[in-house]
Design a protein around this ligand. Structure first.
Ligand SMILES: [Zn+2]
Length: 253
């Protein structure tokens, strides 16, 4: 399997929608060929980041993530992507800009909204191709008025309730016929990892949420991209060496 970088996602999206993005990373030709080979060619794309879904987690919890694995098996692409950070905010900044964290400068929550660099969401929306986010309130606030559809979900103790809201907003915005790209972020696995709770439970719930989103993407004959953001911070997995990869799944559900 070809190893990519998370930096290649934004350039691939930009190339697909034919907008200019300033990134050194190259678009993934296989993904573009996959998308363009569909009939009709998808008009809408949904990118879901599953927090802390690294490649090892994806394979170790394959039973709990079986519907996601099935999306790949039926008609999908699976890649391993090198990560760019051990933390969520800089990683998502890189996924959405195609730039390394030291270049986009969004390292903590306080930096969100201060970066002069535009995300692929803002670039597309400025070009009249409407975009949406369903993310945590602090990340969403800077995007108010800058992209067409912003769904802010307050952080909370009940992370399943949080993910449920993210899922519901993602599905509802897919009803907008002018939508071209939606981005959302599911967090249950990351929360359970940090709290030392049963990861199998979080993986199963995440699998269900992805399938609900996949069904909605399927109804729109859209393209679904699913990826992780960084390595899982697991208590019993200290001392992992070498480069960590996360899965990137591309499918037309
Ligand atoms: Zn994260």
């Amino acid at each position: 399997m070809q190893t990519l970088s998370l930096l290649q996602i934004a350039p691939t999206v930009a190339e697909f929608f034919r907008v200019y993005l300033n990134s050194q990373a190259s678009p993934v030709e296989q993904i573009l060929a996959f998308a363009y080979s569909r009939k009709p060619v998808p008009k809408v794309m949904v990118l879901v980041v599953i927090d802390s879904l690294d490649y090892r987690f994806y394979t170790d919890f394959a039973d709990d993530l079986r519907d996601i694995h099935e999306l790949v098996r039926l008609d999908g692409l699976l890649f391993e992507c090198e990560t760019v950070s051990r933390h969520t905010t800089p990683a998502i900044g890189s996924i959405l800009t195609g730039l390394k964290p030291e270049v986009h400068g969004i390292l903590t929550n306080d930096d969100v909204g201060k970066s002069k660099i535009k995300s692929i969401l803002e670039i597309l929306d400025e070009e009249g191709q409407k975009t949406a986010v369903a993310i945590e309130t602090k990340g969403a606030e800077p995007l108010w008025g800058r992209i067409s559809y912003v769904f802010a979900v307050d952080d909370r103790e009940d992370i399943f309730e949080y993910d449920e809201l993210i899922k519901t907003h993602t599905i509802s915005v897919l009803k907008k016929q002018d939508l071209r790209l939606a981005f959302s972020h599911l967090r249950a696995i990351d929360r359970f990892a940090h709290r030392g709770r049963d990861l199998s439970v979080a993986a199963k719930v995440t699998d269900e949420n992805i399938m609900a989103i996949a069904n909605a993407v399927g109804e729109r004959k859209g393209l679904l991209l699913i990826c992780g953001d960084h390595e899982a911070h697991l208590m019993d997995r200290k001392g992992s060496h070498g480069s960590v990869t996360v899965p990137l799944i591309v499918c037309c559900p």
